[in-house]
Design a protein around this ligand. Sequence first.
Ligand SMILES: [Cu+2]
Length: 281
Amino acid sequence: MKLQFIYPIILLVLFSVACSEDDTEFFPTNELEGLTKIQELSNDSHVVELYSKSGTLSTGYNVVSVRIKNLSNNTYVENAEITWLPVMQMPTMNHSCPKSDPVQVANMNALYQGFMIYQMTNSDGSGWSLTIDYTIDDVSYSVSSELMVFQSNLQNVSSFMGSDDSRYVVALIEPEAPIIGINEMVVGVYKMETMMSFPVVENYLLTLDPRMPGMGNHSSPNNTDLTYQVEDELYRGNLSLTMTGYWVLNLKLLNELGDVLKGEDVTEDNTQSSLYFELEF
Ligand SMILES: [Cu+2]
């Protein structure tokens, strides 16, 4: 057989293999650009698809994207109202974590996005489940499944009892890709009101003192404390990183009265605050 006949056959075979492996190929794929599927949850009427950048969930702050496929006509739902509840089953009790319910992403038809901040997990990734309740055209549905949540290598979330006897969860959100210089640092602060309710804490203050333990615990100039921003309900400040390597971001959490709820100053005798995040780049 001549080569010009073989090429089209090879192409045809390659094409059909590629397509049979991934049926999402024929849906508006640009909505999924940069996203990898974590898992599907299904009931009799829908498949709910979960996505993240990495395709996994881990301790700390996770942005999670959702699509709902209608099984009766294989189209993606564009008018859903969605709430979700992550729950960790522990030996003696259940608890949830800070989260935002998924909302439709701007300029997208069928993609919804929210976040979850997992404050802990079991060493094998087990323990968490997710229930998604959603309404389409006034009809309510629910879907639920266990999820794998892996332990992050570096500390990016802290769950603790404050000096006011309230429990808090504090999570590092930015910088995701640190640079040498001034980074915008973004942190979420939540109160554990009940086992299932973690509202945003407003108008507190996070002082910031980044250090390099491997290099005499030196600090860096021009850091600013993190203050509460009404627009996105997060805390923002400037994080100065003068070189690449391993950094400990020492923090203190203060309430509106200036009372320190958690954390200590870094001194000669005290090399690290009990409230901190880790970064390495
Ligand atoms: Cu737990």
